[in-house]
Every structure is written in structure tokens, then in C-alpha cells.
Design a protein around this ligand. Structure first.
Ligand code: HEM
Length: 494
């Protein structure tokens, strides 16, 4: 009997807390959105495995800027070139923050050791972003050394493809391993053989950790962090990411033993360790051992599956569009021939191949919802008011497939990037790396890898759908990253 009044009191209390969290919705000019239910908000009205499709439908109902309530977390989704440009470029500083992700605190993410990707917009992020950009540059972007690493890895990849002897195979694992080796050379100055158990384990853990980021559970735990206080919940969350960090710790420990501060740095880890030495005694610095593992993990996770998934799309689209493949072969034969390997300098003379790679990224649309941002002050987008502290989702897919910009938004059509004279043209709506202050810092490396791996593979092989197998589909499988549906191909030496 006595329980009823308690239950009623608890229910009233929860309803009041809920009302308090949704008071933003009543603010003037707050973007419209679907009606949230108490406690859950719109959590059950959005498919987190396929956010792009959910947002496509909601945009049709509510327009380019609409709001969601994920449990108690206010979210605004921004769609289409104009609105995304306004949010990310015109209000670059106001939208450059990241929402807090309480589940990551259990992985060791804390003040001054927040890595780069999820770091709040502030001095620690600025220091680490600048460090990553300048180290990437010093290790050879724009110079020759990183290009040589990628070219050497591309040769190993071609050799592994040749070992398949023209039989049907799925290229995904080899592509991931080759791309993983490029990041490993940058971070650890070493590459792994494709059958090395350490590499295979790293690939598995990277895949598991990316899978863990998508789905409903992380959303619920981030939106209602008090759930993480329930005994056992925090320990059980993100097991793949914990295992990946443990593996990265092992590799870093090995590296620290051979680090010699009196020798020129071999790689990014050496440069970081020297900065840690310099920062000793400065509690404000983000150069510390905990942050080294966070930055390294960020570069692996942000740089690996993104590039290899794009390459998997590229090969799929080549077997589905033999006419396009033939024109790429022709351009390679004219500009490079068979006597030497492709170089970055060739890119300027290969407008068609360049257009194909851009179109692969536009059509593949692998990070449709980008990484969430957060407003650090009240911000106006397309006449709507987005209060400080609101999570912003920039729908990159709606820009890459914006019907007002692209002639055939839902088709693979390399001519999108060519003018009538066959010269390469780039558009502002080409935004697979996002835009503004938090735009991908790995873009120059990714561009180099995509060009060198793709042209090396097409210089060496003709790719086709294996005889007797049905045409694979060009529909993506939505997850955190959108991969092509599983497929096999045959690689025949040219
Ligand atoms: C095809 C390959 C790639 C694509 C499509 C891609 C795309 C993206 C996107 C959409 C973001 C989110 C930007 C935002 O929040 O607005 C991002 C962030 C980031 N990417 Fe990439 N990326 C690629 C490759 C790489 C590579 C090779 C690296 C590094 C080795 C890298 C490192 C990062 C980092 C560190 C961030 C976080 C930047 C920050 O928060 O300041 N990415 N990337």
C-alpha cells in the first residue's frame, strides 16, 4: 500500500526532470522535430544503424534544420549544402565543440588526455591537432618520405593480389591491412607482414571497436550517464575498445624501450615522447603518457577503416562500371605506362582518374552523419536558434547527394567532377572530410593513399566480377561507416 505514493512521487519527479530537459523546445525559433516521449525522447523513432535514412525521412517532414531529443540530450540535425555550410563554415568557431561522451571516460579519456577526435574545443584539442598536422607534414606529406612508404605498401598489396592467381577473392582484408601499415609506419616506423598475428589481431579489434560505436546502447549510455553507475555496466561497455587500447599500450611500451632522445625521431611516437619530456612539470600540457595512447588510437581508428572502406568502394565500382575502368586504364597507360610506379606528381595530369576517385568518395558516402559537434554558444542557422550546449549532427550525406547540386546524385557518375573539356573540377558540396575547424586532419594523407593505391592497383590489374557470380549490389551496408555489401572480384594481371 505504502508503495503507491512513493511510485507516484517518483513518476512526478521523473516527469519534472523530463520537462526541465525539454524546455529548450519551447524557446523561440527552436528547430521543429518529432514529438519526444517522456524519458526516452525520440530514441525509439530513430534507427541508429541507419541514421542517414531516418534523417532523410525526418528532413522531408521538418525541413533542413530539425531537432531531436535523445533521452534528455537535445540534438539538432543540419541538412543540405547551405545549412551545413552555414553551421560548419560561417559559424565555424561556435560549432567546433564535441558533446561529452561519458562512456569514453571509462577508457581513460579525461582532462588533458582527450586525444583529438572527441576532445572538447579548447587548448588540449588545439595542441594535439596542431601536433598531428605538423608531424604528418614533417614526416613527409608534401615531401617524399610518406609517399615512398605508401608506394612501397602499394607494391606489397599488388603482390598479394597477384598471389590470388586470378581466382575470386574478397579484397577487403588486404586493403585494410595495407592501409593499417601506412598508419603503423607513421606511428611506429614499422610495417607488418599481412599474415603477422599482431596485424590480424589489430584489424579485428579495430573492427570490433567501430561496431561498438554504432547502435542504440552507446547512445543510451551517453544520454543517461547515470546508468554507467550501475555496477558492471561501465566494465561491460566497449570491450573491443578496451582490448584495442591494451594492444596499443603493448606496442607503445615496446617502442618506449627503444626510444633514444638523442637520435632523430623515427616516427610520430618518438616526437610525442620528446614533447612529454619537455612538458614534465607542466600540468596544463596535453603531452603526457595517457594522451599518447589516446592520440595514437585516434589516428588508427580515424585513419584506417575510412581509407580502406573507400578503396573497397573504388574496386567494387570498377567491376560494376567496366567502361569507367577502361578509361582509367587508358589514362594510366598514357601518363604513367608500365615502366614505373605512379607518383603524386602524376595526379595533375590524370583528370579522369582524379574525377573517379572523387566520385567514389561522393557516391560511397562512408560517414553519412560525420562525427557529432556541439554549440559552444547560442548559434543561428537558417533562421533557427540553436542554444549553447546542443549536439549538432551534420548530415554530410545530404550534401554529397544534394539534389540541387549534383546532376545524378544517386548514380555513380565521374562526369560530376569534369567540365565539358574533360578538366577536373571540384565543388564545395564535395564534403566527405567535412568542413570548418574540426574537418578531417588526415585529408592530405587519405588523398595520397587513395590516389597511389588506386592507380597502382589499376596499373597492375583488370578487375571483374567472377564468372558465374551475380553482379554485386552498389547499396551500402550502413553502420558507423557505410561499407559496400560483401563482394568478390577477380584480379587479372595486365
Ligand atoms: C577517406 C578517408 C577519410 C575520410 C572520409 C575521413 C573523414 C572524416 C570526417 C567526416 C571527420 C569528422 C569531421 C568533423 O567532425 O566535422 C574526420 C575527422 C578526423 N579524421 Fe578523418 N577521414 C579520413 C581519413 C583520415 C586519416 C587517414 C586520418 C589520420 C591519419 C584521419 C584523422 C582524423 C582525425 C584525427 C579527425 C578528428 C579531427 C578533429 O576533431 O579535430 N582521417 N575525418
Amino acid at each position: 500500500m505504502g508503495l503507491l505514493p512513493v511510485a507516484v512521487a517518483v513518476a512526478i519527479f521523473l516527469l519534472l526532470v523530463d520537462l526541465m530537459h525539454r524546455r529548450q523546445r519551447w524557446a523561440a525559433r527552436y528547430p521543429p522535430g518529432p514529438m519526444p516521449v517522456p524519458g526516452l525522447g525520440n530514441l525509439l523513432q530513430v534507427d541508429f544503424q541507419n541514421m542517414a535514412y531516418s534523417c532523410y525521412k525526418l528532413r522531408n517532414r521538418f525541413g533542413d534544420v530539425f531537432s531531436l531529443q535523445l533521452a534528455w540530450k537535445p540534438v539538432v540535425v543540419v541538412n543540405g549544402l547551405q545549412a551545413v555550410r552555414e553551421a560548419l563554415v560561417n559559424h565555424s568557431e561556435d560549432t567546433a565543440d564535441r558533446p561529452p561522451m561519458p562512456i569514453y571516460e571509462h577508457l581513460g579519456l579525461r582532462q588533458n588526455s582527450t586525444g583529438v577526435v572527441m576532445a572538447p574545443y579548447g587548448p588540449a584539442w588545439r595542441e594535439q591537432r596542431r601536433f598531428s598536422v605538423s608531424t604528418l607534414r614533417n614526416f613527409g606529406l608534401g615531401k617524399k618520405s610518406l609517399e615512398q612508404w605508401v608506394t612501397k605498401e602499394a607494391s606489397c598489396l599488388c603482390a598479394a593480389f597477384a598471389n590470388q592467381d586470378g581466382r575470386a577473392f574478397s579484397p577487403n582484408t588486404l586493403l585494410s591491412q595495407a592501409v593499417c601499415n601506412v598508419i603503423a609506419s607513421l606511428i611506429y616506423a614499422r610495417r607488418f607482414e599481412y599474415d603477422d598475428p599482431a596485424l590480424i589481431r589489430m584489424m579485428d579489434l579495430l573492427e570490433d571497436s567501430l561496431k561498438e560505436d554504432s547502435g542504440l546502447m552507446p547512445q543510451v549510455l551517453n544520454a543517461v550517464p547515470m546508468l554507467l553507475r550501475i555496477p558492471g555496466v561501465a566494465e561491460k561497455a566497449l570491450p573491443g575498445q578496451k582490448a584495442l587500447l591494451a594492444l596499443i599500450d603493448e606496442l607503445l611500451t615496446e617502442h618506449k624501450m627503444t626510444h633514444d632522445p638523442n637520435q632523430p625521431p623515427r616516427d610520430l611516437t618518438d616526437v610525442f615522447l620528446t614533447e612529454v619530456e619537455k612538458a614534465k612539470g607542466n600540468p596544463e600540457s596535453s603531452f603526457n603518457d595517457e594522451n599518447l595512447r589516446m592520440v595514437v588510437t585516434d589516428l588508427f581508428t580515424a585513419g584506417m577503416a575510412t581509407t580502406s572502406t573507400t578503396l573497397a568502394w573504388a574496386l567494387l565500382l570498377m567491376i560494376l562500371h567496366p567502361d569507367v575502368q577502361r578509361r582509367v586504364h587508358q589514362e594510366i597507360d598514357e601518363v604513367i605506362g608500365q615502366g614505373r610506379r605512379p607518383e603524386m606528381g602524376d595526379q595533375a595530369h590524370m583528370p579522369f582518374t582524379n574525377a573517379v576517385i572523387h566520385e567514389v568518395q561522393r557516391f560511397g558516402d562512408i560517414i553519412p552523419m560525420s562525427v557529432p559537434h556541439m554549440t559552444s554558444r547560442d548559434t543561428e542557422v537558417q533562421g533557427f536558434l540553436i542554444p549553447k550546449g546542443t549536439t549538432i549532427i551534420t548530415n554530410l550525406s545530404s550534401v554529397l547527394k544534394d539534389e540541387t547540386v549534383w546532376e545524378k546524385p544517386f548514380r555513380f557518375h565521374p562526369e560530376h567532377f569534369l567540365d565539358t573539356e574533360g578538366r577536373f573540377v571540384k565543388f564545395e558540396a564535395f564534403m566527405p572530410f567535412s568542413a570548418g575547424r574540426r574537418a578531417c586532419l588526415g585529408e592530405p594523407l587519405a588523398r595520397m593513399e587513395l590516389f597511389l593505391f588506386f592507380t597502382c592497383l589499376l596499373q597492375c590489374f583488370s578487375f571483374s566480377v567472377p564468372e558465374g557470380q551475380p553482379q554485386p549490389s552498389d547499396y551500402g551496408v550502413p553502420y558507423f561507416l557505410v561499407s559496400p555489401s560483401p563482394y568478390q572480384l577477380c584480379a587479372v594481371s595486365r
